[in-house]
Ligand binder design. Structure first.
Ligand code: ADP
Ligand code: MG
Ligand code: ZN
Length: 711
């Protein structure tokens, strides 16, 4: 049957192969099963019912709400030689009756009907005389009130099916993947023992990442200057936030546009067109922007605030890379954004009974920001897609994620929160750790605490950044109240007692550029503070050119710091620690401009000890642990661990590939790799027996790669 389907695909549509996801749906329908297919817009749902329509006897009824498009769809079918027609309110009753009588004589393989038709007696009695093999319900989410397009007439479909003398196969199609809509469809269309397929959401050209940064605008500036020619969308949660960020970017010399519902129609159209026609490369927008936007060369989508749920995020982020070119989707996470979304849920008046659901969805979105699993996998599993590979390029499973030990910093923060009796917020805790002399500090006599000033080498903002990170990682709880208060969560105690360490995952890719303005600015700020403290003019501490060089070379150790022009031993001793701390903190948050994919392996100085993630894996592997054990212990995906070893291999470390290659299949794998190339693994995997896993393929590629290449 599948073979017949493939022949039809080639013969009628001129496509050589089915897309991922089409095959199982078509097979299921041809086997006579009721089927629900969830595929993204543009995924190719039409073919999934049109080809069965061609292969099944009799006629297929296609129920579609898009009356204005029916004629086009039917014309398109005629143009490829498939007999089809439509019946809707644009026809008079004589015309409709005539089409039905022709249908009874077998003149059509497909008939498109509007759902309202099914409620009329005349159509129902005529339908009984038609040999209907399949009823395909397109845009099936219209049956659900949870969906965005509820059509009451869709509720009549189930009753119509009941009335038919012989029940045809029923297949439903939608792009809306939320679990409750899926459940609604199954129930309200009364699909019988349905097969459900959710496929095609995987976007292999998108690199997702979550950036936990205390300095979002700094990140954006840095990102934009590293990607000077690329088009991108920056989504923010509120109009005010859009206005602010827009003004900020303009001030910094970026010709951005903006878009939100508070602007006039004319202004919005102008912004949208300027963006679509590449007159401006950047647009700052609320989620009002993007409906129907199909600009193909959007290279990045940055979310400045947390979206309200995964559906919104996937849709908005998914506007990146429509052309299939590598693109980035970056979510800037700050715990305060969770409060904003909760507030918005509380404020929404329309449906009080939906609030628990909205909270649940928000929770999944927050989970996305905290997970250590492959981000794309996390997201698509939420939608119900199964059997996913890890993407290998997101900020969690990229082999360029590096672990940084921040245990000492965490301990200092935890003990300070405790000594302040867990009654104060981020700002005051940061001030105490910094050793600030403010009225509030004096009022509570916090200058007498043993934790007062123990993080004096950092700026207050840096300390706040660390605290937010520990909130995000669920070591610290921040209350939901108007004046949020910090307290310790159970996870913090083993860290305080020294039993557990805190690692921060630092993502070292991207941002190739000659120097870093945001870091430069931070170093200048630090210099200003030190100058005030020591009562000297700033240039006495370091010249601008020295700061510029630091922002470019990002020294990590005292030895490297000494290499910077204008840094002698005396100054290195006196000012090295605060500057190195600032640079490390910055690199931890943003990635280093010099990193460009290769984490430094220099001797680490001070507390932020860097261990390249892939080398850590190699050490564990050489110590006799299995890949599964390493994955479990490091809370990383198996594929990530595999990639680590492969990377070690490429870098010239000794890895025994043979251990991963089943001898019986080695020759076949090698042949497949030679035939299909090593660019994409999926086609190779598909050509080989089930039991050959991805690691075996990767190992073969590595083993026969000859001279080691570098990524
Ligand atoms: P959906 O209804 O899922 O939004 P469509 O059925 O309208 O998507 O298909 C989107 C586009 O993809 C159409 O241009 C269609 O011809 C094309 N398409 C569908 N299946 C294939 C395939 N197997 N190979 C190539 N193009 C395909
Ligand atoms: Mg469609
Ligand atoms: Zn991933």
């Amino acid at each position: 049957m599948l073979h017949e389907a493939e022949k039809a695909l080639q013969r009628y549509y001129g496509y050589q192969t089915f897309r991922e996801g089409q095959k199982p749906v078509i097979t299921s329908i041809l086997r006579g099963k009721d089927t629900l297919a969830v595929m993204p817009t543009g995924g190719g749902k039409s073919i999934c019912y049109q080809i069965p329509a061609l292969l099944l006897p009799g006629v297929t009824l296609v129920i579609s709400p898009l009356i204005s498009l029916m004629k086009d769809q039917v014309d398109a079918l005629h143009s490829v030689g498939i007999p089809a027609t439509y019946i809707n309110s644009s026809l008079d009753s004589r015309e409709a009756a005539e089409r039905i009588s022709r249908a009874r004589k077998g003149a059509f393989k497909l008939i498109y009907v509007a759902p309202e038709r099914l409620e009329t007696d005349s159509f129902c009695s005529l339908a009984d005389h038609l040999p209907i093999s399949l009823v395909a319900v397109d845009e099936a989410h219209c049956v659900s009130q949870w969906g965005h397009d509820f059509r009451p007439s869709y509720l009549a479909i189930a009753a119509f099916m009941e009335k038919l003398l012989a029940r045809p196969i029923m297949a439903a199609f939608t792009a809306t993947a939320t679990p409750e809509v899926q459940a609604d469809i199954l129930e309200r269309l009364a699909l019988s023992a349905p097969e459900v397929f959710v496929t095609g959401f995987y976007r292999e050209n998108l690199a997702f990442s979550v950036v936990k940064s205390g300095n979002k605008s700094g990140f954006v500036l840095k990102y934009l200057s590293a990607h000077p020619e690329q088009a991108g969308i920056i989504y923010a949660a509120t109009r005010k936030e859009v206005d602010n960020l827009y003004a900020f970017l303009r001030k910094n010399g970026y010709a951005a546009g903006k878009y939100h519902a508070g602007m006039s129609d004319a202004e919005r159209t102008a912004s949208q067109e300027a963006f679509l026609f590449d007159e401006i490369r950047l647009i700052v927008a609320t989620n009002a922007f993007g409906m129907g936007i199909d600009k193909s060369n959007v290279r990045f989508v940055i979310h400045y605030n947390l979206p309200k749920n995964m559906e919104a995020y996937f849709q908005e982020a998914g506007r990146a890379g429509r052309d299939g070119e590598p693109s980035e989707c970056i979510l800037l996470f700050a715990p305060q954004d969770v409060q904003i979304q909760k507030y918005l849920i509380e404020q929404s008046v329309e449906a009080a009974d939906r609030k628990p659901l909205e909270y649940e969805k928000l929770q999944s979105m927050v989970g996305y920001c905290h997970t250590t699993r492959c981000l794309q996998q996390y997201m698509l599993q939420y939608f119900g897609e199964q059997d996913l590979l890890e993407c290998g390029v997101c900020s969690n499973c990229s082999s360029e994620a590096v672990l940084t030990d921040m245990t000492t910093i965490a301990q200092k923060i935890f003990s300070c929160i405790r000594r302040m009796n867990e009654r104060f917020g981020v700002k005051l805790v940061a001030q105490v750790l910094k050793g600030a002399n403010t009225q509030k500090v004096r009022q509570f006599k916090f200058e007498q605490l043993s934790t007062y000033g123990i993080m004096a080498e950092y700026t207050e903002d840096q300390i706040s950044g660390f605290i937010h990170l520990l909130i995000a990682e669920e070591y610290i709880r921040m209350t939901d109240s108007q004046y949020p208060v910090l307290s310790l969560l159970p996870k913090a105690f083993p860290v305080l007692s020294g039993e557990e360490r805190v690692y921060q995952r630092v993502w070292m890719r991207q941002l190739r550029q000659s120097g870093d303005d945001a870091l430069f600015e931070q170093l200048r700020q630090l210099r200003r503070e030190l100058a005030q403290r020591d009562k000297v003019p700033p240039y006495i501490i370091f010249a601008d050119s020295a700061l510029r060089e630091m922002s470019q070379s990002c020294p990590m150790s005292e030895a490297e710091f000494l290499q910077v022009k204008g840094v002698g031993e005396q100054k290195a001793k006196k000012y090295g620690p605060p500057f190195l701390a600032a640079i490390r903190q910055y690199v931890a948050e943003h990635g280093s401009s010099r990193a460009a994919g290769e984490p430094e392996q220099t001797e680490a100085a001070g507390e932020a000890k860097k261990v390249p993630s892939h080398l850590l894996t190699l050490q564990m592997y050489q110590a006799g642990k299995t890949l599964k054990e390493i994955a479990a212990e490091r809370k990383l995906g198996l594929v990530t661990i595999q990639d680590h070893l492969l990377r070690c291999g490429r870098e010239g470390h000794d890895v025994d590939w043979g251990a991963f290659i089943p001898a019986a299949h080695e020759a076949a794998i090698l042949a497949a790799v030679r035939e299909l190339g090593s660019e994409k693994l999926r086609p190779i995997k598909e050509q080989l027996p089930e039991e050959v896993d991805y690691m075996a393929i990767k190992a073969v590629i590595a083993k026969y790669a000859g001279a080691p290449e570098r990524t």
